[in-house]
Design a protein around this ligand. Structure first.
Ligand code: NAI
Ligand code: MG
Length: 507
């Protein structure tokens, strides 16, 4: 096999120093105990960016031990308000270093810099500042249970958190987990995806600079089956927060049983975007196009199934095809690029396989359908029309720029089709009929329903799914539950201590 050459960066790039990256454990940058490294690649050029230390079970042990020590050390004794200040300092440092972070994220993942600048980076900062504000507002309740007792609850950090993240939004999804965990006073072992480990390591360094004590945030790049599995199985990890595939989600649930650690899972979807004939078609198709082609379709809530009413079906397909053809696919570093490559050769081949499956299943390939160029993992924006509900391209998450347009005849059928997959992450409804909108919102089985829009998320609003999309919610105050453990306190204030005696129990 040809070994790809190291990427050539412009002389001005701050990333030139970055040819080798080590693990971040207990505040120190160190090689893995095995001494092994793996290479991470720029999917736009197929060139190697850096060698990254590969964490294994022994390194996970060390990272978990460092996190446990930090939990009971300086971090555990810090005022909650000071935890919030530390999060704000991290936000400042990310802002100061954003140009390099954006470039690094783009190199490692193939995401267009323009999209990272417009969407991911602002979301990272918003997430940090939002949870910074929560740090000193995580309160319990006093609950008047009875007159001879003072009874109240406190909410303590759940402990050591293992965060396992995917490659589609490394910075943003990473921060969705880090910010609430740290605000709640937990310590974290973060395992980034093996395809995109670089920005997580940089965030770990910035956290140290921001004054987080060593061991509060440990970053351990490595492979899922080794580093990821070791973290999930670890008896001294209290909680796993995961975003990725349902297959791995199920594996995590089984492996977490050892010490019954708490688990939240965000596992993607096959989200329906329903367009009724009374919708603003221009707005609907515009949003439907970005709903499936944004980030090359590598989005958990991608609107991969566009359900169009029979009366407007042909028009929706035609307009969607026109929009797909107008998308500029290319160099993620160029400002005008709307769509970059897929993250890896494996992912590209998976998507190209699904395109073949769609053709074999008898769907009409309306546009796209192939690789773009022969260097980099680019796939053209693809639209399948005449897609049958039972087809695999209608049922399975492709995680690429492939839209399936499905015809429906009435509201009832639209709901049946929309709910008719294993997934339940998100759904969209386009209609001007307010009664219809409310009926649909009530019947759609999804964690989020968008009406006359598709795709926005906000850290203040719960995010997550049901069924094969996983369980638990991130974002908002609801995510604080993920990282805290309630403790009930009962203080006898009634004089003689009251215990349940055998005599009173038996009368
Ligand atoms: P994956 O689920 O294998 O990887 C996600 C993360 O889990 C990575 O950090 C990986 O190292 C880790 N991991 C893998 N196996 C593990 C194990 N046994 N124990 C603990 N951690 C483990 O996703 P993959 O293979 O990269 O992508 C495959 C498909 O998964 C995609 O085509 C897409 O359909 C879906 N996916 C969904 C995502 C979402 O946002 N919900 C994100 C990424 C992938
Ligand atoms: Mg990479």
């Amino acid at each position: 096999m040809n070994r790809p050459a190291y990427i050539e960066l412009p002389d001005s790039s701050p990333l030139n120093a970055l040819k080798q990256a080590d693990l971040l454990i207990g505040g120190e940058s160190r090689p893995s105990q095995s001494g092994r490294y793996f290479e991470t690649v720029d999917p736009a050029t197929e060139q190697v960016i850096a060698r990254v230390a590969e964490a294994d079970r022994a390194d996970i042990d060390a990272a978990v031990a460092a996190a446990r020590t930090a939990l009971h050390g300086a971090w555990g004794h810090m005022r909650a308000a000071d935890r919030g200040q530390a999060l704000l300092r991290l936000a400042d440092l990310i802002r100061q270093n954003q140009a390099a972070l954006i470039e690094l994220e783009s190199l490692d993942s193939g995401k267009p810099v323009s999209a990272i600048r417009r969407q991911d980076l602002p979301a990272v900062l918003d997430t940090l500042t939002y949870y910074a504000g929560w740090a000193d507002k995580i309160t319990g309740q006093t609950i008047p249970a009875r007159p001879d007792a003072l009874t109240y609850t406190v909410r303590e950090p759940v402990g050591v958190v293992g965060a396992i993240i995917p490659w589609n939004f490394p910075l943003m999804i990473g921060m969705w987990k880090l910010a609430p965990a740290l605000a709640c006073g937990c310590t974290v072992v973060l395992k980034p995806a093996e395809l995109t480990p670089l920005t997580a390591l940089r965030i770990g360094e910035l956290a140290l600079e921001a004054g987080f004590p060593p061991g509060v945030l440990n970053v351990v790049p490595g492979f899922g089956g080794k580093a990821g599995a070791a973290l999930v199985e670890h008896p001294d990890v209290d909680k796993i927060t995961f975003t990725g595939s349902p297959t791995v989600g199920r594996q995590i649930l089984r492996s977490a049983a050892g010490n019954l650690k708490r688990v939240t899972l965000e596992l993607g979807g096959k989200s329906a975007n329903i367009i009724f004939p009374d919708a603003d078609l221009d707005a609907a198709v515009k949003a439907a196009a970005s709903g499936i082609f944004f980030n090359s379709g590598q989005v958990c809530s991608a609107g991969s199934r566009i359900l169009a009413h029979a009366d407007i079906y042909e028009e929706v397909v035609e307009r969607l095809v026109a929009r797909a053809r107008a998308i500029r696919v290319g160099d993620p570093r160029e400002a005008g690029t709307a769509m970059g490559p897929l993250v890896s050769q494996v992912q590209m081949n998976r998507v190209l396989d699904y395109i073949q499956i769609g053709k074999r299943e008898g769907a009409t390939l309306a546009t796209g359908g192939g690789r773009v160029g022969d260097t980099g993992y680019f796939v053209s924006p693809t639209v399948f029309a005449d897609v049958g509900h039972a087809m695999r391209i209608s049922q399975e998450e492709i995680f690429g720029p492939v839209a399936s347009v499905i015809r429906f005849r009435d509201e009832e059928e639209a709901i049946q089709l929309a709910n008719g997959t294993k997934y339940g992450l998100a759904a969209g409804v386009w209609s001007a009929d307010i009664a219809r909108v409310h009926r649909c919102v009530a019947r759609l089985r999804a964690g989020t329903v968008w009406v006359n829009t598709f795709g926005p998320t906000d850290v203040r609003l719960p995010w997550g799914g049901n069924r094969d999309s996983g369980f638990g919610r991130e974002h908002g105050d609801i995510a604080l539950e993920n990282f805290t453990e309630p403790k009930s306190v009962w203080i006898n204030i009634g004089g003689a201590p009251r215990t349940v005696s055998l005599r009173s129990a038996t009368g």
